[in-house]
Design a protein around this ligand. Structure first.
Ligand SMILES: Cc1cc2nc3c(=O)[nH]c(=O)nc-3n(C[C@H](O)[C@H](O)[C@H](O)COP(=O)(O)O)c2cc1C
Length: 207
């Protein structure tokens, strides 16, 4: 290994261990439906996440990506762009609605369009729906992300869009319960993101 490369590796390791380097967090808007509620929910969440100076938030809106409907090809520019955005992240938050007790097809398409850029990173969930609060979608996503070698954090931020006490016309309210759930999930996510960033810098993940 020449001096330049070893210096770079050392710098990467030092950066990975630094608490001053923010945790790059991709917040994925999982609904692409016209007139979706997901936009307002994701912006509310991202606004609160951005208040943490320890996070650098990248809002990844799947509505801005046209992925090949007939399955992942691994070769389109859009797939490459999505993979790059996920690859740059230390942590992922998925904002998902519940559709028929599951999660949206567009979200599955996006997840399947990549592969190892997801590996050895934590994922958190912001879920919403009607009475299901999106929680059944989250349980399914825990299985999916397990297959991508990710750590799904336990606490979930979730909303019943018809509960006017916690959601005002599609926009989550800044209630104590909503804010506490957000802080708990982000604290867990950040802990895992820093731990796994350091671990990845020390040795390549053995996928
Ligand atoms: C096709 C479809 C199926 C749905 N199924 C459920 C469901 O099983 N449980 C639930 O709580 N809400 C369900 N809903 C309500 C959605 O979660 C709610 O409409 C939400 O706004 C959808 O997210 P979006 O507006 O961001 O697309 C369903 C909505 C749609 C469009």
């Amino acid at each position: 290994m020449n001096a330049t490369r070893s210096d770079r590796v050392l710098n990467d390791r030092t950066a990975a261990h630094s608490t001053r380097i923010p945790v790059r967090t991709a917040v994925i808007v999982g609904s692409t439906r016209k007139g979706r509620a997901g936009d307002a929910v994701a912006h509310w969440f991202a606004g609160h996440a951005r208040r943490r100076t320890t996070l650098a938030v990248d809002l990844v809106d799947l509505a801005e990506f046209t992925l090949p409907f007939h399955g992942p090809s691994g070769s389109t520019e859009t797939e490459a762009e999505l993979a790059a955005r996920i690859g740059e992240a230390d942590a992922v938050v998925v904002v998902t609605p519940e559709y028929n007790h599951g999660y949206p097809a567009a979200l599955k398409q996006a997840i399947d369009s990549g592969c190892d850029e997801w590996f050895a990173k934590p994922v958190g969930f912001v879920a919403y729906g009607f009475s299901g609060r999106g929680l059944r979608a989250v349980e399914q996503l825990r299985l999916v992300f397990g297959s991508l070698h990710m750590v799904a954090v336990p606490d979930v931020v979730s909303f019943d869009l018809f509960d006017s006490g916690t959601v005002d016309d599609g926009v989550p309210r800044d209630t104590d319960a909503n804010l506490v759930a957000t802080e708990r999930m982000l604290t867990q996510l950040e802990w895992w993101a820093r731990a796994l960033r350091e671990a990845r810098a020390e040795r390549p993940y053995p996928a």
